[in-house]
Write a protein that binds this ligand. Structure first.
Ligand code: GLU
Length: 501
């Protein structure tokens, strides 16, 4: 016992004090969905805003649900979002290990301590449902609760399979104060004797989170509101150990208007809602996603109340727990798209180019086409990077188009006018000695002047013939420049032929 006491004392002595400490504690069960990312973000912001520490802890005690590669997805997502952690599986820290499966022996010792103090008991009942090790289960009255502790101990020592259950007091209530939902009181009669330690010796989430949050010195526990109903059981565990209860911050669900049914429901990866990775694959910028997600259930106060755009550094500055809402938030793809378009526009041109290049290359493979110039045309004109290929595929091959495209009322063009314009533009362009934007522009403007037509009357047919499209990023001049002289003239001839036929 004294050796044991020394070990427990040492565990206590390691716990850092006097600073805000938060943790993101994902289970590696797949991609990072939006709700998880929001939890990670708020957890990070609380630590950084308070000048404290942000920890990453991998909760892998539910071995049946592990997905290969999921830990790597977590690391990659956090890094891409800029959510750097001070302590974690890869960087270590004073209260490691930071992966629950590597802490497995520790939980047993704490669970036994609760058995010794009467706050938990050994249960030898057969499993009734395969899932009960994970979720705990309601049994009216567990017969093992009343077993003589000495007898139960003897059965354990004889090797009989067992779990350890929390002994919830039959009487009374637990009251706690949630940072978002305020004061909550629950009757003990509503709480079940949840499993703390499973037959395989691994803890349930319900036990591990309490032990680890205490041993890691966590001051603020941020998690989804689905855990709200379990909080009183955690409180009873903290009390049983004589530990301080951290501040709970439960975040309301993120809802979505189902694109297929129109029904508003909880966002969920099982229903096919996009994960962070999928949003990036759909052409959203990480910064835009992070900014948008920050506003799903949080709002700035005071003079910043109307502000929507925040960098991560700005969020660190302004993030306050009392800005978190207890009403569910709504994930709105159109709103995210609006954020994304603004972020794309605001990127330094070179960064936009780097982000856009793979998408430009999907449509334009020809090495002669100046990709930088194409990117410059796109920056103000795309909402998602994935919009790019279809906007610019005409640079690669001239689409098959109808001569009707040459007719445009506003530009005062019809087939006859367009034909005359192209007949004049082709020789002028072919004699240009320099193929620059300025030279092409000047050439066309002067030509319109000498023909005594509006610029648009000349530009329209040139742009249509060069692109084969009614709507293009950029005007006639830029398109001709990007195509190069030879290809421009070839296309203008083809356009002219359409009008002669
Ligand atoms: N591993 C839990 C999850 O992924 C963490 C919940 C918590 O933060 O306590 O949902």
């Amino acid at each position: 016992m004294s050796l044991d006491k020394q070990w427990f004392d040492e565990m206590e002595a390691r716990i850092p004090k006097g600073e805000i400490r938060t943790r993101f504690a994902p289970s590696p069960t797949g991609y990072m969905h939006v709700g998880n990312l929001r939890t990670a973000l708020y957890t990070y912001l609380i630590a950084r805003h308070g000048g404290g520490k942000f920890l990453l802890r991998i909760e892998d005690t539910d071995q049946g649900r592990l997905v290969e590669g999921a830990v790597e997805v977590i690391y990659a997502t956090m890094r891409k979002c800029g959510l750097t952690w001070d302590e974690g599986p890869d960087v270590g820290g004073p209260v490691g290990p930071y992966i629950q499966s590597k802490r497995r022996t520790l939980y047993g010792r704490y669970a036994k301590r609760l058995v010794e103090t009467g706050h938990a008991y050994y249960c030898f009942c057969e499993k009734e449902h395969p899932e009960e090790d994970v979720d705990g289960f309601d049994r009216e009255e567990d017969p093992c609760r009343a077993l003589d502790p000495k007898l139960a101990q003897a059965r354990v020592e004889a090797g009989e399979p067992h779990v350890i259950r929390q002994r919830i007091p039959r009487q009374g209530q637990t009251t706690f104060c949630d940072g978002v939902y305020g004061q909550i009181t629950v009757d003990h009669a509503e709480l079940d004797d949840q499993i703390l330690l499973k037959r395989d010796g691994l803890p349930t989430y319900n036990f591990a989170n309490v032990v680890d949050d205490h041993l890691m010195g966590i001051t603020h526990v941020v998690r989804g509101a689905e855990y709200l109903s379990s909080a009183p059981k955690y409180n009873l565990l903290y009390q049983a150990f004589g530990w301080d209860v951290p501040t709970y911050i439960h975040c309301a669900s993120v809802m979505i208007n189902d694109p297929d049914t129109g029904v508003v429901r909880k966002m969920s990866k099982r229903m096919g809602d996009p994960s962070y990775e999928e949003l990036l694959a759909q052409g959203y910028l990480s910064q835009a996603v992070v900014n948008y997600v920050s506003l799903l259930g949080w709002a700035p106060h005071g003079e910043l109340a109307e502000q929507e755009f925040f960098t991560l550094a700005e969020l660190i500055d302004v993030f306050e727990i009392d800005g978190i809402s207890k009403s569910p938030s709504a994930f709105d793809m159109d709103k995210l798209t609006y954020f994304n378009a603004s972020y794309l526009r605001a990127l330094p041109p070179q960064e936009f180019y780097q982000a856009a290049l793979p998408y430009i290359r999907q449509a334009v493979t020809c090495p002669d086409r100046p990709t930088q110039e194409i990117a410059a045309l796109l920056q103000a004109r795309c909402e998602r990077l994935t919009d790019i290929p279809e906007k610019i595929d005409f640079f690669e091959t001239l689409p098959d188009y109808e001569a009707g495209l040459f007719i445009n009322k506003k530009s005062k063009t019809d087939s006859v006018v367009s034909r005359a314009m192209l007949e004049a533009a082709i020789p002028m362009l072919s004699t240009l000695s320099e193929w620059s934007n300025e030279a092409i522009h000047q050439g066309l403007i002067s030509l319109a002047q000498s023909l005594e037509v509006k610029n648009a009357t000349l530009m329209w047919p040139v742009r249509i013939a060069a692109s084969g499209r009614a709507v293009t990023p950029g005007g006639a001049v830029e398109i001709c420049h990007i195509l190069g002289k030879e290809e421009t003239l070839r296309r203008l001839e083809l356009g002219l032929n359409k009008l002669i036929e």
